[in-house]
Design a protein around this ligand. Sequence first.
Ligand code: FMN
Length: 191
Amino acid sequence: MADLTLALRGTPAAAGWDALRDEPGPDTVRCLGLYSKLTAGVTVVTALDGTGRPTGMTVSALTSLSARPPLVLACLRSGSRTLSALREQGSFAVSLLTAHQKSMAERFADSSVPPARRFTGSHVRQVLGLPVLVDALAWSVCLVEDVQPYGDHHAVVGRVMAVEVNGGRPLVWHDRGFHTLNGPRPTSAED
Ligand SMILES: Cc1cc2nc3c(=O)[nH]c(=O)nc-3n(C[C@H](O)[C@H](O)[C@H](O)COP(=O)(O)O)c2cc1C
């Protein structure tokens, strides 16, 4: 690999050579290895399809983006049914799963399970017309603020319109497996 430190310290722009952009970079497998080391909560993003039927998928790539205004960011695979639905309807919901909801996370990630059947056995409530998972750690209902394609995913920015925060421990995704947090419950800023 080229010595990026040296190249970046020089004046590559003046020479018309951008060391970072010309660097071939690691292959996809290595990048996926990097991503697998990220640790994230597990959520289910839900929406209504064109016929008003609920659809949803498991998403770990969800993060807070802004507090004022309240915005969240989700990264959804291009071609996913949930992405099409939320784009079409302009809204979606996010339910943050608890440590007890591993089977739910698996069901909402199983492409062989039709979208409507993914909700079977889940306690669902309609909030502002969208399905939220009532027993979740927390949930929010969002208006789609922006959707942009990036590589093989789309970045979806949602403006939070409703929120509920419940108790419990989160379900955690790390190293391609589900985990739970051990040890005493940390006190939150609101305690
Ligand atoms: C723990 C976990 C996290 C996931 N995170 C994401 C994610 O952040 N974005 C994404 O597009 N797919 C993610 N997936 C994969 C989708 O849940 C899966 O492809 C799902 O079947 C897509 O729904 P669809 O078949 O209705 O399109 C994740 C799967 C698992 C098990």
